[in-house]
Each structure stands twice: as structure tokens, then as C-alpha cells.
Design a protein around this ligand. Sequence first.
Ligand SMILES: *Cc1c(COP(=O)(O)O)cnc(C)c1O
Length: 672
Amino acid sequence: MPVELKTDKNNLPIKITVDLAGRQAVAQIWEVKVGRSSLYLLDTNIQENAPDIRNITAALYGGDSETRIQQEILLGIGGIRALRALGINPAACHMNEGHSAFLGLERIREIMQEKHFNFDEAHEALWPTNIFTTHTPVPAGNERFEIGLMDKYFRSWPQVLGLAWKDFLSLGRERPYDDSETFCMTVLALKLAAYANGVARLHGDVSRKMWKNLWPGLPLDEIPISHVTNGVHPRTWVSSNMGDLLMRYFGTHFEDTPTDLSVWNRMDRISDEELWRTHERRRERLVVFARERIRQNLKRNGAVERRLAHAEDALSPYILTIAFARRFATYKRGNLLLRDPERLIRLLKDPDHPIQLIFAGKAHPHDMPGKELIRSIVHFAEEHDVQSRLIFLENYDMAMAHYLTSGADLWLNTPRRPLEASGTSGMKAAMNGVLNCSVLDGWWDEAYEPEVGWAIGQGEEYQDTNLQDEVESKALYDLLEREIIPLFYQRGRDGLPREWIRLMKSCMRTIGQSMSSHRMLMDYCNKFYFPALKNYRRIVKDDYAESKALAAYLTRLRQAWDQIRILKIESNSKPVMLRGDSLTVTARIELGPLKPEEVMVELYHGSVSNQANEIQDARHTEMKAVGQEGNVFIYQIRIECTSTGMQGHTVRILPKHEALVHPYRSGFIKWA
Ligand SMILES: *Cc1c(COP(=O)(O)O)cnc(C)c1O
């Protein structure tokens, strides 16, 4: 394998150790070059370790939550140590999913030891350089550890960090001092990182709802979790045949300057005939590949030669091919299309305009309902004697995904909204001109428009899952019968489905740009990596003067917070105000020991509906300190009346310090 063991100048393996409940686990480091990047892999399968420790890195899933915490200590804490051992000193760290979040603790421990900082100083020095991406809207997907396990593996940490045990545990709790709460890795990551995001626009919304309790009193739209939509790497996922065609029309620019996404605008120059011929080539290759796989499977299962011949009948290279390939988690509803067997069989066996279906995917080893889903699909094909039109391919992997995402005509995706964080296989398909038909969930919720594919439903969410399956499977059959199948078979005299090809081009042009991993990487750079790097440069100046000042400020703020009082709000508002009138609002505020420039006083205003006495579409504008009467400060603002309808306003107070990446710190918001 193209991996290299990292060694020191004496040619001995570089090793790091982490403490696992009093035992030392030693790991060596392998390097894989991925393009111009290095991927480092930690490996505990070495002689120094006891057998159970050697097994920590044997398998990703397997073992229990104790194996898991050991793996995550190795990944997070050991990961930082490995980088240091290799002479790499990161300015910023991106925790991709909560599994690596212990790295935030290790960074804090390091800097406390090196600079003799207290915990708060260390936290403020590192918070602006940590980035966290959450990946799952499923609560069970967010890892939690029992306090007993934390006790076993992290007993020594509070002392090292200068924290009480309960304060240490509060780092992983939504309700910091609720003893019944377990230790959540997502919460830990959210508390240690100034930047956080979900992986699609809708997933950003869902994540803000999921984690809003970490910021009590903060309006949902201001919860500091944004989004960067996932993307896929075009050079990896565009098939060789399609890639050759694109290169001819896009030029070498496509390869040399991948960040220039505008080359996809040249899609329209490609002739319909060439594009269709290339796509049909890919469909043929998929059919050949699938037959071979079916044959292999039958053979492995001991089928006789007569049955093996059946494999040759499976699928046709000429008919509308629908693929459903993904993990068989139940929320993805792999069997939605089987809900009305008669209706499906009619489509499969239609003499003039038939369809064929290819399913592929694996279920998690412990996911019984997922396995049952697969069984029901295989069983369906046998029971209704449609094995040549409905097949299930085992061992879904990247090689198979290449065939499927380039050779199918339609990519089907039926998750229960909003449980699909992003999804990426549909993007791979789209870049090959395979049209998507999907529930408006994950990436499709923001990418869908009628010019690029089809939406099942309109983004509804349901309480009654049975009703949902009923409604959405009907919508899917309707789409297939009324739009998709007729469009595919609507051929001109030259045999080309011109309208279908038009959609293919529009889909490739649009999604090739918007869902490219180059776009994604630039988003991460512009939103997080570059700002974090800038923060780092500022923070380290003058021996961390800024973060020390911020820590001292937050300590004072914490002590003074309860003394802050918004005594009175006055305004010149009248029952009816006209557009162009101006509204002046004055607030009288007690700040205790704080100075007026140490807090951000904001007017929070927007429209109010009759039903809910709540401000909607709110804007917030900072008010100015204009005077002082005794220990009361007077803040004021004048705004223009620009909106119609019933309006409301209030005043709120947030922290204010030049070193704060954003003012949304848990517990620091005060409303009038
Ligand atoms: C792309 C891909 C996935 C992820 O697809 P989703 O749409 O995110 O479910 C899973 N497995 C393989 C082999 C893939 O190529």
C-alpha cells in the first residue's frame, strides 16, 4: 500500500503515547499522500502494547463504547501529539464531527503547561482557532459517554486543567450542572470552537434547532452554527468517458484550474448527440458490470450453471435505469418504491416504456431493520418474478459507485426529511448527467430547481411516518408515470431524447459548479480557515496579550452580569407611524462595575404578528451611550421607519470585546 511509516533520524519509528485509565497506549504513525496533502494514520498494533490496546485501531466500528472512548482519546489527544512529534504545529484545527473533539482539551492542556495560563486564558487563546463541523441531525448519531467512563478515563484531567470535576463535565453538557446528563462530544466541540457549521443549508437550520439549548435566550437564527454544503471532487467522480468529452469542450483549464468553476458554463457547446452517446456508453458499462457481479454472487452462493445463465438476462442496456445506492439506514427508505407492488410492476413490465431498478448498499452490522430492508428488496424481485428488471448489488463500494453514478439515468433519493444531513452520491450522479429525483432534504433542498431534476413533495415534514410514506410514494409514482418516463422515451427521429438531454446539460452546468468540492473547500477557507489563521496571528502577538485580556474581561463580565439592569425603555413611537418617520429609542441601564463600552446594547426590532407576541425577521442595531445619570447609563438610537405593518422593538445586551470572534457566548444575553 502507498503508505509510509514515519521515522526519526535514526530510522526508528516515531511514536506517541496516550494514557488510557492508567495504562500507556503507544502508537506509530503512517503517512498517506493524498494529492498534495498528507493523511496521517495512528496505529496501536505494535509490540509495546497489550493485546486489547493493539486492537484499538483494528476496526472503526466494533467493540463497545469503551473501545470508542479509547479510539477517540487516541484520535484527539494522540492526534495532536502525533502532529507535534512530526514537527507540525497547527495554527488552526478543524474537528470534523465530534469524534475528534478531545483534541480541543489537549490543545488547552498543552498551552496551559507551556505558557502557565489558567484554563480561561487557554480557552480564549484557542477558541478562535478551532472549527467544528457537525454531520448528523440524528440525535443518536451524536456521541455521548456515560459519566462512569469519563471518570475512568479523564479523572486526572480536571486537576491538570485546574477545574473542579463538575466544571470539567460541564464542557460536555447541554445543561452544564445536570448530573443526569452524559458527556456529549458534539457539545464539547461546540464549546471549544468559535466556528461551527452543518453540511447543507437545511442541516444548518436543523443544527441550530438541535443545539439551541447551549445558548439560552438567543434567537434561533443567531445560534452561531452556520453551514458549508458538502461537495464532491469532479475529477474523481466524473467518469472517464464523460471526462474525456468534457475535457474536449472545457479545455485543459478544467484540469489545471479546478477552482475556476465557470468552465461548466461551456456545457451548452457540447452536441446533444455526443453527450447522449457518451451517456449510453456508461449505461452499457453499468449493465455489463452488474451482470458480472450478479454472476459472481450466484457462483459464490453455489448456484448451478443454469441459474448462472440468468445473470446474462439481468438488465437491459437500453431502458430507463433508476439507481438507489446508499447505506441501508431505515430513514433513507430504500423500499419506498416497493410500497405499491402492482404499480411498480406495471412500470417494470411496461412493453413500450419499461424501467429497471438497481439497488446497492450495505446495512450497519448491528442495524437489523436495515438488513431487513435489503432482504425485502431481494425477496420482492423473486416473489414477483422481476429479477431481470430489479436487482440488488452486494458490496457497495467506491468502484461500484463509479459505475452507478455514471451509468444510471435517474438517481433516486428518499430520506425522511430532515434526517439526511447532506448526501453526496446525488452530486456525483449530477456531474455525470444522471438526473436526480429526490425528497427535498440535505443538499437537494438547496440545489433543486425544475431545470436540474425532480423533487418528491415540497419539503413537508410529517409526524405520522406511515402517512408520509403513503403520500411520498404516491408522489414518486406520479412523477415517474407522468413526467420522468415519458420524458425519457420522448425521442426525435434521430432517436435522441432532446428534452432529457437539455436537462442533463443544465444539471451538469449548475451542479458541476455549485456542488464541486473546490467550491466547498473555498467556502471552508473563506468562512473559517482564513479567519482562524488571522485570529491565530493576532492572538500570539505580545505573548497572547489579547486572549489574556479577553479572559480577564469575561471573568469580570461573569461576576458583573447579574448586576446589569435594563431599567427603562422610552421611545417617541406613536400608534401609527408613517414610512420615513424616525423612531428614537432611549434605554436606561445599570451596569454595576462595567464601563459602557464594555457591553453591546442593541435595539432589536422587526414585525410583530397578531398571534404571537414575538418579533420576527428581526434586525439588531447597536445603541450608543449618550449620557450618564449617577450610576445609570443612557443609550440611544434613531432608526428610520421603513417597514409596513405592526412593528415591535426591545433592547438587549451582549458582551463586547474586540477579541471576541462573535458575541454569542453561552449565558451572556440579557433582554429588557
Ligand atoms: C458517495 C458514497 C457514499 C455516500 O453517499 P450518500 O449519498 O451521502 O449516502 C457512500 N458510499 C459510497 C461507496 C459512496 O461512493
